[in-house]
Design a protein around this ligand. Sequence first.
Ligand SMILES: C[S@@+](CC[C@H](N)C(=O)[O-])C[C@H]1O[C@@H](n2cnc3c(N)ncnc32)[C@H](O)[C@@H]1O
Length: 326
Amino acid sequence: MRLAFELSGESESIPRAEVLAIFRGLVVQEIERVVVMDVEIFDQQLANRLAMTHAVIEVKDVCAQKLTSIYQAAQNIELPRVSVAVRAKRIGPGLKSVDVEATIGKALAERGFEIDLAHPQLLVRALLSDDVCIIGKTLTQINRSQFESRRPRFRPYFYPGVLLPRIARAAVNLSGIKAHELIFDPFCGTGGLLLEAGLIGATALGSDVDSRMVFGTKMNLDYFGVESTLLVQDAMRLALQDECVEAVTTDLPYGRSVSIHAQSLGQLTEMALDEILRILKSGARAVLISHNPIEREVLDVGFTIEGRHTQYVHKSLTREIVVVRK
Ligand SMILES: C[S@@+](CC[C@H](N)C(=O)[O-])C[C@H]1O[C@@H](n2cnc3c(N)ncnc32)[C@H](O)[C@@H]1O
């Protein structure tokens, strides 16, 4: 089955990488803000995990972005005999969405489909990107507003400057963690990453050297009904066995708004990376978020870099997200 993922525009590379990290299909086409992939079956639970995708469609046709081609395609696509509505999404320059909706709607009405704009049983979606139009059946529209309800200021324990839920969810997804696998955050702070990990069904293990943060994480996770195991420990000396976790996702301290419990940031980064490498299972991934470039340090420790992303926050803050594999 061929799927098209309509990616959000909030980052250049993270939305695409997030899809590829959790859907392990064969990518057949990539155009601006759309990934087309062949999969055996559509997994709704995996789609529900996505933070930076707007919608997933089952591709029925791909044609040139011209009204005549789109009309012809709509005359022939196979769809179940139910009531339909059409939504077109324009990404970049090209045809107007309303014209495409009208063209597809006309072809479907001529074929005898009932058009029901208020309560359609099926939403036909057209993605207009680069010079093509991808037409398909909407399988899911991601409820991105769910992340708003978990914004840091709505949690019982608040600390300024922490990750927002959408980027935290994407970071968890970039690790490729599956439900029931163990994911660890050695600098858990107020628990933003563990919260998103727990909500997708992973087993959350977290620690922080500051006991107030660990209590804060506990309050936040309890509030959202996420079970976890939490420890007060120094990330430079973890009380965990070798090769015991399936993924690590963490936001490294950067020595500005939060205190560093180490002689220097350099020493903390190096020793914590050594420990992360030690406790990760062989072949597992770590997703490391930082405010400073850390590529040299992760390579020195012995990781392989699989991906590197930047997230613009505001003019004096751009985060680096490095995906590494043991
Ligand atoms: C950037 S914050 C993590 C923020 C977190 N992602 C969140 O959303 O709340 C970094 C955390 O590292 C902790 N920390 C500093 N030095 C540490 C050390 N040596 N071992 C473990 N944690 C440490 C701080 O207490 C702080 O909570």
